[in-house]
Design a protein around this ligand. Structure first.
Ligand code: HEC
Length: 131
């Protein structure tokens, strides 16, 4: 009989990586997700074409919109205020919002925007939606 010594296996020594860094990365990712969730829903919106420039009412409305609304609703999209043409808002609702100024938006009197000018402005918004 011969005694054999078994071949010993060497121990494994896997070290643990530093904690902390993955946790921060996870937090950053969560923050980014949160930010993405809060940005306006314009992703996937096709690049719009030009508006109908043969309609004088549309051109007139564009002028009034640029003067009264563009600062807060750039190109009728979200800025300080929410987007107007990226959702189906009926004309009466836009008219009401302009005259009454629901929420923090200022109201516009008939001296500031006449009914006729507001009609043209709504034609312009319709033209933007049709693009
Ligand atoms: C001083 C900035 C400002 C100006 C100027 C402004 N808006 Fe607004 N608008 C806002 C804000 C802010 C809101 C959101 C109101 C709220 O809910 O508190 C809003 C909301 C709206 C809404 C409602 C949107 C919805 O989803 O219900 C419409 C429509 C609208 N504005 C149209 C206009 C038009 C048309 C003009 C120009 C005549 C105009 N706004 C000028 C800031 C402005």
């Amino acid at each position: 009989m011969s005694a054999r010594r078994g071949e010993g296996s060497s121990g494994s020594g896997g070290g643990a990586c530093g904690r902390g860094a993955p946790a921060i990365a996870g937090l950053a990712a969560a923050l980014l997700l949160l930010l993405a969730a809060c940005t306006p829903v314009l992703r996937g919106t096709p690049v719009p074409g030009p508006i109908d420039t043969t309609d004088v009412r549309v051109i007139e409305g564009e002028r009034h919109f640029a003067a009264a609304c563009h600062t807060c609703h750039p190109n009728a999209l979200a800025g300080l205020g929410p987007g107007i043409v990226d959702r189906p808002l009926p004309r009466w609702l836009v008219r009401l919002q302009v005259r009454v100024g629901v929420g923090v938006m200022p109201a516009f009197s008939r001296e500031e925007i006449t009914d006729d000018e507001l009609d043209a402005l709504l034609d312009y918004l319709d033209a933007l939606r049709r693009r």
